[in-house]
Design a protein around this ligand. Structure first.
Ligand code: NAP
Length: 245
């Protein structure tokens, strides 16, 4: 049997209990990676993802952590190291929407969304990067959003968090390239997950293709970025033509 491209690699996917994260976890495991399925509240769902990977002869572990909390991230990495070793591939995927009319967004809403979507990626990346630098290999893949490019439909708090992720990625891409580490973002819209299903303002009519995207279509782009060593500092759009660059 041909060796799989990610055999021997450890992939941590934040927010992998459902939606895009679950599909990314399954896809990276199918490519041979040992996968850490991070979750916040969805223990059962995360364990189901791990079971599905095991049924396909893959390796996966579920680890609970609120990745917006610095102490929880520290504990997450202690557990990852104890169970599977250092992280080679980091997918910053965990995120929340909190759709609201923009004049009703409170400071609490702003802080919750910025901390969950943007600060989390900083915390988890800071924890993963030192061992990537020591090995001379790493892939940091960050799930931004078309909202960063168009303004989107959720609100300025969400848009700012997703645009911040692109800036964070650009910084890592330039600082880390010499260490064999690539950093890239994916900007999806509108992918059929709970985030979209729970937002009545969102319909497939918004998309030139007149359909929602599927989580697998984002996971395919993550696999490309995980296996390619020369794509660096890019934002890959997976959006059915909603934003063209
Ligand atoms: P989803 O179905 O709502 O899933 C969100 C995931 O994030 C869940 O696994 C959730 O974990 C996890 N999560 C939330 N807060 C967390 C925290 N503090 N710590 C750890 N995990 C946390 O959303 P999705 O559509 O798959 O979205 C995934 C990412 O893609 C998000 O960053 C989102 O902004 C981005 N995105 C999605 C779309 C889209 O069209 N769906 C478009 C652009 C960008 P629990 O369930 O365990 O709490």
């Amino acid at each position: 049997m041909e060796a799989q491209p990610l055999t021997g690699k450890v992939a941590l996917i934040t927010g992998a209990s459902r939606g895009l994260g679950a599909s990314i976890a399954l896809t990276l495991a199918q490519a041979g990676a040992t996968v850490v399925v991070n979750y916040h509240s969805g223990q059962e769902a995360a364990e189901a993802v791990v079971r599905e990977i095991a049924q396909q002869q893959g390796k996966a572990f579920a680890i609970q952590a609120d990745v917006s909390d610095a102490q929880a991230v520290e504990q997450l990495f202690q557990q990852v190291r104890a169970q599977v070793g250092e992280v080679d591939i980091l997918v910053n995927n965990a995120g929340i929407g909190v759709p609201k009319p923009f004049l009703e967004i409170t400071l609490d809403d702003w802080q919750k969304v910025l901390t969950t979507n943007l600060t989390s990626a900083f915390l988890v990346s800071q924890a993963a990067i030192p061992s990537m630098m020591a090995k001379g290999f790493g892939r940091i893949i960050t799930i931004s959003s078309t909202a960063a490019q168009t303004g989107g439909v959720i609100g300025p708090h969400y848009t700012a968090s997703k645009a911040g992720l692109i800036g964070l990625m650009h910084s890592y891409a330039s600082l880390l390239a010499q260490h064999g580490i690539t950093a890239n973002a994916i900007a999806p819209a509108l992918i059929e997950t709970d985030m979209i299903r729970n937002n009545p303002k969102v319909t497939p009519d918004l998309i030139p293709m007149k359909r929602f995207g599927q989580p697998q279509e984002v996971a395919d782009a993550v696999l490309l970025l995980a296996t390619n060593g020369y794509i660096n500092g890019q934002t890959i759009n997976v959006n059915g033509g909603l934003y063209m660059s």
